[in-house]
Write a protein that binds this ligand. Structure first.
Ligand code: CP3
Length: 373
């Protein structure tokens, strides 16, 4: 059965009901610093951390004991509780849904595990035209545990927005072709040139499942979504533009313009690491906000993208173990560098390292909230 996808969020969605629509996070994602007649924002400066839920938290390690990563993601009670842990502990301005970029593969019936300390490992890599043709269809009904976890989570979060996410087609396909994490992603990069037709079919499959994964999260109650293209930095501009950008655009098209009846729409963020040289291309895929990794100064990002583009980032995780005075100076520099953009949400330039002292993260949040917006 095919139905035309609606662009309307449900009536009880936190964006529709107004619970999260005026939150500090969403105001910055919308670029409220430049919107005509916008009041000087009375609210605090928003911050959240990629991988804020995870091994840096003792309460996470305790809850995860004895349950595999992907099984925890598919247990609505656990996924919801783990999503809430960093919000309670750090007082961050958003929750990020606890899940993983390979969950749509698992839900489609592709054999995949997350090996501790390694990352996603597939039972069989996807390398030939026949492998791609044999990929299963993902049934929307399979998203039930995701929908349930999100409904439980947003009921607890109240006015704190939940961010949904998915892996971008290149990053997801990179794991599928290699069958496991790799350093240089030679497999998918070679496939683009040796067998572009198979590459396009695979990337289109990945775009479809990731786009629908994000859509399921937004429809269930997430107020924003982020597309992670963690490995896009291994591509040159020409290859990104020709072989990847159309697929990332397709993934985002599943969720662009999802809005409540009053037209308040869910902002979309596009993030990758090592993407300084393709940042302008990343922006054209259709997200509202560009996430910047720790390598590029935010003022330079604004020069490349234009002041109208809201930014997210980019505290270097390497500073989290430095003396507090060194870390504080770095955070203040990041805030100053982001001041030329229409909106700025503080985050790390990549995920929280597992060995991070959570007390440091809490202190960083307090510092950011103490600085006048
Ligand atoms: O807090 C959050 O940011 C939300 C949850 C989240 C996870 N994975 C949970 C997770 C998000 C947004 C992701 C996305 C993800 N997963 C990406 C893109 C972001 C990035 O980091 O670049 C990628 C590349 C993956 C694939 C993946 N999953 C890797 C490389 C790993 C690490 C393996 C390891 O043990 O070092 C995972 C596992 C994973 N995903 C963990 C978490 C909390 C660690 C699981 C554990 O507790 O052992």
């Amino acid at each position: 059965m095919t139905t035309t996808p609606t662009s309307q969020l449900p009536a009880d969605h936190p964006l529709t009901s107004g619970l999260t629509s005026e939150s500090a996070l969403l105001n910055q994602y919308r670029g409220s610093r430049t919107s005509a007649g916008a009041p000087a924002s009375p609210e605090r400066r928003p911050v959240w951390f990629m991988r804020q839920a995870g091994r840096s938290l003792p309460e996470y390690r305790e809850l995860r004991e004895g349950t595999s990563m992907l099984d925890s993601c598919l247990n609505p009670d656990m996924a919801s509780e783990i999503t809430l842990q960093p919000v309670r502990r750090h007082d961050v301005d958003a929750a990020i849904f606890f899940s993983d970029i390979v969950i749509p593969l698992r839900l489609a019936g592709v054999g995949v595990e997350i090996k501790p300390g390694v990352g996603p490992v597939l039972d069989a890599p996807v390398r030939t035209a026949a492998d791609v043709a044999a990929l299963p269809e993902l049934d929307d009904a399979a998203f039930a545990p995701i929908t349930e976890a999100i409904q439980r989570t947003t009921a607890e979060l109240g006015s704190t927005p939940l961010i949904g996410f998915a892996g971008a087609p290149f990053t997801l396909a990179a794991y599928m072709v290699e069958g496991r994490p790799s350093r240089d992603h030679l497999g998918p990069r070679a496939m683009m040139h040796t067998d572009p037709q198979t590459w396009n079919a695979l990337a289109a499959w990945a775009a479809d499942v990731s786009g629908r994964f994000m859509r399921a999260q937004l429809m269930a109650g997430a107020s924003a979504a982020q597309l992670f293209d963690s490995w896009a930095g291994s591509l040159g501009r020409a290859d990104y533009q020709r072989h990847v950008l159309p697929h990332s655009t397709a993934a985002l098209s599943h969720v662009s313009g999802l809005s409540g009846p009053d037209g308040v729409s869910a902002p979309l963020v596009h993030f990758g690491t090592g993407t300084s040289e393709i940042l302008d291309l990343l922006k054209t895929a259709g997200a509202d906000v560009v996430g910047v990794d720790y390598r590029l100064n935010l003022s330079e990002a604004t020069r490349r993208l234009g002041p109208e583009t809201p930014l997210q980032g980019n505290i270097d995780p390497a500073f989290l173990t430095a003396d507090w005075s060194v870390l504080e100076a770095h955070v203040r520099e990041v805030i100053a560098a982001g001041s030329g953009a229409a909106g700025h949400v503080l985050n790390l330039g990549h995920g929280v390292p597992p060995e991070t002292d959570p007390a440091v993260l809490t202190r960083v949040v307090e510092l950011i909230h103490s600085i006048d917006p």
